[in-house]
Design a protein around this ligand. Structure first.
Ligand SMILES: CC(C)(COP(=O)(O)OP(=O)(O)OC[C@H]1O[C@@H](n2cnc3c(N)ncnc32)[C@H](O)[C@@H]1OP(=O)(O)O)[C@@H](O)C(=O)NCCC(=O)NCCS
Length: 209
């Protein structure tokens, strides 16, 4: 969307962030990453808490709720991590609670430790999840407007941009699709915010849950 069309539609010039999907039949591009990279689900609450700098009780609650902490290692060193949510998830910055269907996953809080960045570890982690979590059919992920490193890694892994989240002047959020279709509707429903076209400004009847 150009700045002009955004202004014409009554939307702010910039979105808050972008939302992406990878659905089971989508392509998985080849990504290059360090040969010795090992990606696995962690199960030790204490080491996950230490690594992610999240209180151990919160880690325990997340894991009991079915969330999986994934870690990437080279030799014995942890080089990255991230979470896969099932059932429900929160996007705290936006005040949104997502309710995921059985086959949906929300990927969040991914970090590649600074000295390992730029080697494809993040897209390799995302793809490991897409290929190994075979009960998942629809995988969702997002990033803040300014996070170009995340945007590139997400795209490199094979995710497709579905749309952008805007905050209107009355503080309501709307979802503006990159292209119309079932993914945009599914994303708006998952986020629980109205779908709105970028040019006309009208919202659809998708309810806020
Ligand atoms: C976003 C993040 C996970 C990407 O991890 P990564 O393993 O470096 O991912 P990639 O190897 O695909 O690199 C992605 C981009 O980051 C760039 N980059 C960022 N910091 C870098 C650094 N210190 N050294 C080298 N490259 C870096 C890469 O060059 C690459 O840019 P390009 O796509 O234009 O080539 C990582 O930068 C990070 O942990 N950031 C802080 C936390 C964060 O923002 N998480 C994402 C939340 S949605």
């Amino acid at each position: 969307m150009t700045m002009d069309s955004a202004n014409r539609s009554g939307l702010p010039e910039e979105p808050i962030g972008f939302f992406y999907a990878w659905w089971r039949a989508d392509d998985l591009p080849v990504v290059s990453s360090p040969e010795s990279l090992v990606i696995e689900v962690a199960n030790d609450e204490r080491s996950v808490a230490r690594l992610t700098e999240v209180d151990q009780e919160i880690v325990r609650l997340r894991m009991h709720a079915g969330q999986s902490p994934w870690i990437a290692k080279i030799a014995t060193e942890v080089v990255g991590y991230g979470w896969v949510a099932v059932h429900d998830a929160e996007i705290g910055e936006l005040g949104l609670r997502l309710r995921l269907t059985e086959a949906e996953r929300y990927l969040w809080d991914f970090v590649t430790l600074p000295r390992w960045r730029g080697q494809g570890i993040y897209p390799a982690m995302l793809q490991a999840i897409l290929t190994r979590d075979t009960d998942g059919e629809r995988f969702w992920i997002g990033h803040d407007l300014s996070n170009a490193a995340s945007a590139h890694g997400i795209a490199r892994a094979g995710f497709r941009k579905v749309g952008a989240v805007y905050r209107l002047t009355d503080a309501d959020l709307v979802f503006v699709p990159s292209e119309p279709g079932s993914r945009a509707e599914a994303a708006a429903r998952l986020l629980g915010i109205p779908l709105r076209s970028g040019s006309g400004g009208g919202t659809t009847g998708i309810p806020v849950s």
